[in-house]
Write a protein that binds this ligand. Sequence first.
Ligand SMILES: NC(=O)c1ccc[n+]([C@@H]2O[C@H](COP(=O)([O-])OP(=O)(O)OC[C@H]3O[C@@H](n4cnc5c(N)ncnc54)[C@H](OP(=O)(O)O)[C@@H]3O)[C@@H](O)[C@H]2O)c1
Length: 301
Amino acid sequence: MHTLNIIGAGRLGRTLARLWSERQIFSIGSVCNRSLASARQATHFIGAGTTAADIESMPPADFWLIAVADDHIEAVAKELAPQLRSTNSGQTPVVFHCSGALPASALCACANAQLASAHPVHSFANPEQSVGDLPGSFVALEGDSTARQQLEAAFSGIGCHCITLSAEQKVLYHTGSVMACNYLTVLMDLSLRTFAAAGVDENTARQLLEPIVLQTAKNNFALGPEKALTGPLVRGDIQTVTRQLDALSQLANTTGQTELAGLAEIYRTLGSAALPLAKKAGLGAAPAQQLQTLFGPNPLR
Ligand SMILES: NC(=O)c1ccc[n+]([C@@H]2O[C@H](COP(=O)([O-])OP(=O)(O)OC[C@H]3O[C@@H](n4cnc5c(N)ncnc54)[C@H](OP(=O)(O)O)[C@@H]3O)[C@@H](O)[C@H]2O)c1
């Protein structure tokens, strides 16, 4: 079995290491975090591996996962480079990171190794939960072909599906995922704030939103965004949209919460972005033009 060392066994690193260890895909070698206490917690969670106080004291390994924050990957790769040696298995070491936005070349300081990036399309908010939920997720691989093939086998072994990307695709590919996943969370927050302004407590609002948000997500996957779009905009209910915009514009004044001043602007921008979808879904040219005037210039044009 190949050995895997991990630099940065945080939420993602410890989850992957535990799954790979449990499935006997990698033998977990050395784990180095910023603090030794955190590395100990990680090896406890993984159920395998030894801790290292610094990168310099880590023994050789076949695979090196650098799972620190994106902004520190290059610096850690530079620190790792002088450490890289072949193991007894004779394998050229593979060094990889899991950033969605950065290409494998962020690791170019480790020129003697095979380099790859492997981005699991999963939110590792809670490692204990991710251990159960990660199988079935997709992983986007990019980098040297031998490294990609070996990582594809490793991820397939824990139930993930792999796709291959080029280095040039990575930033926009990752942005696509940010748009849907991260900004969905932001929209949820804005929705809850609007409910709160209407006097609906957060608990009730969350309960009320859960079935409709889940249903909307389901409709999007089953039917596509064009057919999933419902509501006043696609119906051409101009007066309703106008009343909602007025209410949002007045919120900061009526509640005294200045941070709500931007809500009307966000509603306008999203409404404007929704118009092409609404038109495809049957919204007539005249109401579409009236709505466009209400929202201002279309940012997608
Ligand atoms: N979280 C996600 O949902 C997710 C999803 C896909 C991809 N990713 C990618 O996975 C990578 C890690 O993200 P994460 O969310 O797992 O981060 P995280 O939970 O913040 O963990 C980062 C880990 O790196 C360690 N670390 C930071 N600097 C270090 C250094 N110089 N030397 C050694 N260890 C160092 C930290 O140690 P301490 O614990 O001691 O501070 C921590 O354990 C990122 O590239 C991210 O883009 C994350």
